[in-house]
Design a protein around this ligand. Structure first.
Ligand code: SF4
Ligand code: F3S
Ligand code: FES
Length: 252
């Protein structure tokens, strides 16, 4: 009879995982950034979300990290997993080795340990880029009810799948050099509103927002954003398309 395998080693024994977590509490003047190791036993279907919760519940209630939906929808659990940005709730430990390093996303304000304030960054960028529908007939609600071609609606929906997790920002070298670079998430939003027939802004208006080195011309096509986006958004294509459009606009 073939024995039932628990997830883990070929002999059916569960693996012992070591999670090395970058700890730091910026609110505590005595806190010094350091790696802290925790050991846990791997369970079937374990995600990093489950592992972190187990550590916090059983070993260290002071560990800080963020989760809301646990389903890859809210974007709050993004962190560096072995140096690569990803969603902890969608990362299975079985896809990783026995030693796992976790660190907070860079660029964003650190709240503590693995928790960062992506909301502040996203809100600031959205305000700068005015990521809402601008319509000259704003008071006429009928303008928002006009029929939209299904293909257009689908294309908008595709870009609207962004969950503002911040992985594309953490995975972009340009952001490290240009503090105000809007990144793939910002450019994706402009691409989305440019597509929307209810938005009456012209390419000239969009050029005002992203036609510089903090916008689409700052992107060096490093495509880290495209590689790490957990929603597999077509960032590379969108940015290239936007760059061509804005370059044409700049020549006018
Ligand atoms: Fe996250 Fe992708 Fe949106 Fe960037 S574009 S914030 S990686 S979902
Ligand atoms: Fe950065 Fe993506 Fe451009 S990684 S440089 S925004 S292609
Ligand atoms: Fe919401 Fe991970 S907890 S995306």
């Amino acid at each position: 009879m073939i024995p039932l395998l628990r997830h883990g080693k070929p002999d059916g024994q569960p693996r012992r995982l070591t999670l090395e977590i970058l700890r730091h509490n910026p609110a505590d003047p005595a806190s010094v950034p350091h790696l802290q190791a925790y050991e846990i036993e791997e369970a079937e279907g374990m995600t990093l979300f489950i592992a972190l919760n187990e550590i916090r519940a059983q070993q260290d209630p002071s560990l800080m990290f963020d989760f809301v939906c646990r389903a890859g929808i809210c974007g709050s659990c993004a962190m560096l997993v072995n140096g690569r940005p990803g969603l902890a709730c969608r990362t299975l430990t079985r896809d990783l080795g026995e030693r796992i390093t976790l660190a907070p996303l860079p660029v964003f304000e650190l709240i503590g340990d693995l928790s960062v304030n992506t909301g502040k960054w996203m809100r600031g960028t959205s305000e700068r880029l005015q990521t809402w529908i601008h319509n000259d007939t704003e008071t006429d609600l009928d303008a928002f009810e006009t029929r939209m071609e299904p293909a257009t609606a689908e294309a908008i929906y595709e870009l609207d799948r962004c969950i503002e997790c911040g992985c594309c920002i953490a995975g972009c070298g340009t952001v490290q050099m240009r503090e105000r670079f809007v990144g793939a998430v910002g450019l994706n939003k402009i691409a989305r509103f440019r597509l929307d027939p209810r938005d009456t802004r012209s390419d000239e208006d969009f050029y005002e927002l992203i036609g510089d080195d903090d916008g689409v011309f700052g992107c060096m096509s490093l495509v880290g954003c495209h590689d790490v986006c957990p929603k597999q958004l077509p960032l590379q294509t969108q940015i290239a398309f936007l760059r061509r459009k804005m370059a044409l606009q700049g020549m006018r």
